[in-house]
Structure formats: C-alpha cells, structure tokens
Design a protein around this ligand. Structure first.
Ligand code: ZN
Length: 412
C-alpha cells in the first residue's frame, strides 16, 4: 500500500517517537507547505530536558513554527505545540525536539543548508537573498553557528600565533585579532588595539594554553609587546616582516611627499603621481613602471635613495641564519643612518631597538601573512556592511568565515 502524505513527511523529516505528522497543508496561493506535528505521549511519558528523567505530560506550549528546507519551490514550515513536563527539580520545561535547536525559528536541516549557502556566496546579502532570509534571521543563524563552533573547538595544539590589528567601521576604530598560524584560523577578535585588548585575547585562549605558545608574530607595538611577554612567557616574539615592510614603505612615502612639495615649490612635477611606483614590489612592475622608475632614479632624487634602502632590507629575511642576518643588519643600519632622510632613519632606529626580536625569525619563520587570506575576506565583510553597527556583529562574521569552526548542527 502506498504511504500516506503524512507518513511520507514523517519519514522525510526523520521523526521518531513521540512525533507524528498530523496534517500536511498545501497553501498553493502562498506557495507554502505547512506540516502539522503532534506528540503522541506514550505511557513512559516525556523527558525533562535538563535531567533526562521521565514524567507525565504537563501541558502543551503555545504553537510554534519552524522554517524547513523547501519542498520543490514551496516554502516548508513545521508547526507544533511542544509538550511540557513538570519536573520537581527543574520546574515546567518544554521537551527537546529533534528537528530544531532551542529558540530557533528554523529546523536544523534548514540551518545547515543556510550555513552552506552563506559560506559559498560572495556576500552575505546575496546568500540571504537566495535563502529568502531577512538580515536578523541570517544573523541569528550565523551567531548560533559560531556559538556551536566555539563550543566544539579545540585549541590544545596552538603553538604559533599571530596578533594583529584591523580597522573596523569608519574612523579610527580598531579591533585586535589573534590567529592560529599553523591552522590558518582566526581564534578571537576583541575591540580596540590596546594592552587591555591584547590581554583579553590571551585570556580567551586560556592561561594554560598561553604558556604553551612557542612563538608570536606581532608588530613592534608596545602595548601588544608588553602584554604578550607577560601572558605568554615562553613565547618568542617574532616581529612580523610585513609590518616591517609597512613601516619602511611609510617612510618612503613621507620622503616622497616632502620632496614632492619642495619640487612643486620649485616648479617641477617630477614626482607627481608616482606614489605607487615606490610602494610596489619590483617583481610586480610593468614595463611602464620600470621605465618611469629608471627615469626617476637617474635624476638622483631623495625618494629613490629611500626606496633603495627599503628594497635592500628585503635581503634581511633571506639570510641563512641569525648570525648572517645580524651582520647584514649592521651594514644596512650604517647606510640607513647616514642617509640624511629623517623618516628612514626613524625606522632604522626602531628596527635596531627591536633587532633581537627580528632575529628570532630565523628560529621561527612565521609572519602574519600566513593568514593573509583573511585580510581580503575581512575587508570585504567590512565593505559589504558599510561599517558595522556593532562590534559583536563584526566578530560573529569574522569567526563565521575565518574561524575554521565546525558550524553545522549535529542532526538527529
Ligand atoms: Zn528535570
């Protein structure tokens, strides 16, 4: 005998005792299937969700609805009144239902599907559009997914971490990030870029695990440094080479701007529009960049000198060991300090102060670029939201996309 529509849906939904499908209503005009579920309470009763003991039916909670995976193009909704027990220890409680998490308006299967769609889409907006979800529901699904993921996450293996800052929203707001460099995942995000923020990152990792961290990739930024030295006393500090490059690039740019102003005053526009020539990696130059560059260098301008010192510093990282790197640094430093370009000399002095933690690179060749892929993702999250209204939302999105968490609900 063919199974009834009710039996068919019961099987599709994987429902077990005490749940049965009571009715399947097709709302053709609304393009919706509504599936009414009912609990048939057997003699042994129902389980208290907190202690697992069995009690008789107390009453039913008011009717609730859960959006499920669509059936063909029909939006599919489960409807039920959940039975309640009156546990002497825990009071009146609704029993757990196998198809949905607590307080969710979606079934677990729908949430799992939504997570997959959101992760595959270029932007959250396009994912939400495909799923026909509003902003709030989308956010809730992501939030619950991240909570699940964090509860399941293991951090016992974290040995190499990166600490970095990212701008957030408009203006001068920043967040601090901790990443696991080996597993390429963001571990935590907190507001600000202060010593307190950095301390909070370590606190979240836990003191026991912090003591096991072997190396930390970090900028030469005092509030991060002192906090890290205390929170992770066994970790070697390795100054991130991309931050070093950034400092040198900024110095070159300061030299260029000053010189450009001066040349302008003298009626020359030699340096106008050359900003990016000096910042690009020569490896990525086009032929036109090369020609422009040769012309600029041959006229002996200051910015060319600053640029050469910056480029030369790249060699530091390809030294064979720390002894070689140290003698390279000494030579580089003596050139840099005699170059009469204040911005370059400032950076050179800063590097000298931190030399010890630049040389640690030859023990732990780590940098924050190991998680470089996050930067573009975080950038696009920030851009898509046109500035986040709250830090909490930004954090959820970063962990959702860059946390490598197990986000999926465990289905029954
Ligand atoms: Zn109980």
């Amino acid at each position: 005998m063919a199974e009834s529509l009710e039996q068919h849906y019961r099987r599709l939904l994987g429902l077990e005792e005490p749940w049965v499908v009571e009715a399947v209503n097709l709302e053709l005009a609304a393009q919706r299937v509504e599936i009414g579920l009912r609990a048939e309470v057997k003699a042994r009763g129902l389980k208290c969700p907190q202690c697992g003991k069995w009690y008789g039916l107390y009453d039913h909670a008011p009717e609730r609805r859960w959006r499920h995976l669509d059936t063909m193009q029909f939006e599919t909704v489960l409807i039920a009144r959940i039975p309640r027990v009156n546990c002497p220890q825990h009071g009146v409680k609704t029993i757990e239902v196998p198809w949905a998490g607590k307080n969710s308006r979606f079934t677990l299967m729908f949430e799992a599907f939504a997570i997959r769609v959101l992760q595959a889409c270029e932007t959250i907006q396009s994912g939400a559009g495909l799923l026909r979800l509003d902003w709030h529901s989308t956010h809730q699904i992501m939030e619950r997914a991240v909570e699940r993921g964090l509860q399941r996450r293991r951090t016992e293996t974290v040995r190499l971490v990166g600490i970095d800052e990212k701008s957030f929203g408009y203006g001068q707001d920043y967040v601090s990030l901790m990443t696991d460099l080996e597993q390429s995942r963001v571990l935590e995000v907190v507001p600000d870029r202060t010593a307190e923020a950095c301390q909070e990152l370590w606190t979240r990792l836990g003191s026991e695990q912090s003591h096991k961290v072997e190396a930390v990739s970090i900028d030469m930024w005092e509030p991060y440094l002192s906090t890290t030295a205390q929170a992770a006393p066994h970790a070697q500090i390795v100054h991130d080479k991309f931050h070093v490059a950034k400092h040198l690039n900024e110095a070159v740019d300061r030299v260029r701007r000053a010189e450009n102003r001066q040349l302008h005053a003298e009626g020359s526009d030699l340096l106008s529009g050359t900003k990016y020539v000096w910042l690009k990696n020569p490896k990525n130059w086009h032929q036109t960049d090369r020609l422009k560059f040769q012309a600029l260098c041959s006229c002996g301008c200051k910015v060319a000198k600053a640029w050469q010192l910056k480029e030369l510093f790249r060699e530091f990282w390809s030294c064979f060991n720390s002894t070689e790197a140290e003698s390279f640094f000494d030579r580089w430093y003596s050139w840099a300090i005699r170059c009469r370009l204040a911005p370059v000399k400032d950076v050179a002095r800063m590097l000298k102060v931190h030399l010890e933690n630049l040389l640690t690179y030859f023990t732990h060749a780590i940098s924050n670029a190991m998680t470089e892929g996050f930067n573009s993702k975080i950038q696009s999250l920030k851009h898509a939201a046109r500035g986040f209204r709250t830090f909490a939302n930004f954090r959820i999105r970063i962990l959702f996309f860059c946390g490598r968490l197990n986000l999926y609900p465990s289905t029954h």
